[in-house]
Design a protein. Structure first.
Lengths: 252, 263
């Protein structure tokens, strides 16, 4: 167990430099001394953080929500020193060493917090906490990956404020694209992020953006929103929402 | 050219008809009041009025009654939202008599005014953030959000009070803030007054023009060394006029500096 700390601006710079260098030489070791030493980091709160393994980002989000629960959201949400310290703390899980002994480094914003509204959600730790703290178990579709992955649902939805902040729309996304039928293993439905598939995620975003300018989606139940979606989404909807066409017709 | 379709004849509520006032307790933002003037809009008397406070993944909705009876709800508590200093507000007028609530009128990206604030015009276009660790810098401008944010170093004691009321701080910081943002607008964002891409470009340009309307830059398809110099000169005039217009603060500045002069 370690007491929760934050990286100082000097510590953050050292950490960012390390990521840049790691892209050139994937064998260098993380600068873990920054976690404990002044002037690179300093005490944040008397909260203990455990060096443990998380199977998914959902687990990470839940763990952080519990640990950080006493701290006001306003103090956390853009606390870059905190998110960067936690990135370094769990770095081996965010950038795991592969079978060849090397690390595959992604874009810097995944590890070093960038407050730009188009990049903040890419931070693997901060976004896990942020999305889980908003939606709890309903954030499965975003967070059921290992810690080193930003899936397409995060990348496409989290930067769209009108969508990510509307719990009813998140429910709709989950109903359409999350498989949880009790028969097969739960997960994202096949084809949900294929641009060739009718009613895919990108089509949903385009349609919801149109509907959101006309209807008050924030106050609408997920089932009502589902009913407003055009037919191309029928194959994704649960059976009870789609009105089955009768096999018999008076006229043909 | 971007086309906007509006089949349901949705109306836009002019920003000047909305005023959001924030309330603090012990320096922390807690709640808000809103005054919304819907005159000039054709709206049914029973349409609902909703105000939403939002920032990124956070959104909180407040029921402000109906068009004919706009009423502040019992609680407008904002304390469970993130980044309170940068909240935006949106107002929606919704017809709930239809099967799916139809939006009849809307205003978005409304910036709040602060309690006791005298510089409404500046604050409304410049968001503030007081929760930053800036090392040994006192302030900086962050252009990463949808509009510029002035960030203050939280490690400077009384930074909030200094930023709001101290005349020495005022004359050391704000003229330079205006200069920096206008330089960024013209030379980094390549702002063209005839083709403004972002709302904040227009807001800042109009603000600057309101201070120094003469010879303001117009069509700027190509910035040449000559037009660049004209822009730099114009910005300098804007900053100079801004300082000259703050007579009372200048007197306080001189008094403070005079009192603090070492013997």
């Amino acid at each position: 167990m370690t007491n929760l700390r934050v990286l100082t601006p000097i510590g953050t710079k050292e950490f960012a430099d390390f990521i840049v260098n790691l892209k050139k030489d994937s064998s260098i070791s993380p600068p873990t001394h920054l976690l404990e030493e002044a002037p690179y980091s300093k005490q944040f709160k008397e909260i203990e953080i455990e060096q443990r393994t998380f199977a998914t980002r959902l687990e990470l989000g839940e763990y952080l929500l519990n640990c950080l629960e006493p701290i006001p959201r306003d103090t956390l949400i853009e606390n870059e020193g905190l998110w960067n310290w936690l990135s370094l703390f769990w770095f081996d899980q965010l950038v795991p060493v592969d079978a060849t002994g090397k690390r595959k480094v992604g874009e810097i914003a995944r590890y070093v917090y960038n407050s730009h509204y188009r990049t903040f959600y890419r931070h693997l730790v901060a976004a896990s906490w942020d999305i889980y703290s908003r939606y709890g178990a309903q954030s499965k579709i975003f967070l059921s990956t290992s810690l080193d992955i930003n899936n397409k649902f995060i990348r496409e939805l989290a930067s769209r404020q009108n969508l990510i902040s509307n719990g009813n729309l998140i429910d709709v996304v989950q109903i359409l694209y999350w498989r949880e039928d009790g028969k097969s293993r739960e997960g994202i439905k096949r084809g949900a992020v294929s641009k060739k598939q009718p009613g895919n995620l990108w089509r949903l975003i385009a349609v919801l953006n149109q509907l959101d300018t006309t209807y008050d989606l924030f106050d609408m139940s997920p089932n009502d929103i589902l009913r407003l979606l055009p037919d191309e989404f029928n194959s994704w909807k649960p059976d009870q929402v789609v009105k089955k066409k009768s096999r018999f017709a008076m006229f043909r | 050219m971007k086309r906007h379709l509006n089949y349901t004849a949705r109306q836009k509520i002019p920003a000047k008809q909305i005023k959001i006032d924030l309330h603090r307790e012990n320096g922390s933002l807690k709640s808000f009041d809103a005054s919304v003037n819907l005159s000039g809009l054709e709206l049914p008397f029973d349409a609902k009025v909703f105000i939403e406070a939002y920032y990124r993944t956070d959104r909180k909705r407040f029921d402000f009654g109906t068009v004919s009876n706009i009423a502040t709800p019992e609680s407008t508590d904002l304390s469970d939202l993130g980044n309170l200093d940068n909240l935006n507000f949106r107002i929606k007028i919704v017809d709930q008599t239809t099967k799916y609530g139809l939006i009849l009128a809307e205003a978005d990206k409304i910036k709040p005014h602060s309690e006791g604030d005298e510089e409404d015009q500046i604050r409304s276009i410049l968001a503030t953030e007081f929760n930053c660790d800036l090392g040994h810098q006192i302030w900086r401008i962050n252009y990463a959000a949808e509009s510029p944010i002035i960030e203050f170093n939280k490690n400077v004691p009384n930074i909030r009070s200094l930023a709001k009321t101290d005349p020495v701080f005022f004359f050391h910081v704000y003229p330079q803030v205006i200069r920096e943002i206008l330089h960024y607008l013209f030379f980094v964002e390549k702002f063209d007054p005839e083709d403004a891409q972002e709302e904040w470009y227009k807001n800042w340009f109009n603000f600057a023009k309101s201070i120094y309307p003469e010879s303001s830059p117009e069509k700027l398809t190509d910035i040449t060394p000559e037009t660049s110099q004209d822009i730099v000169d114009w910005i300098d005039n804007v900053v100079n006029e801004f300082c000259l217009s703050e007579n009372r603060k200048w007197d306080k500045f001189l008094k403070t500096v005079d009192q603090g002069e070492p013997e």
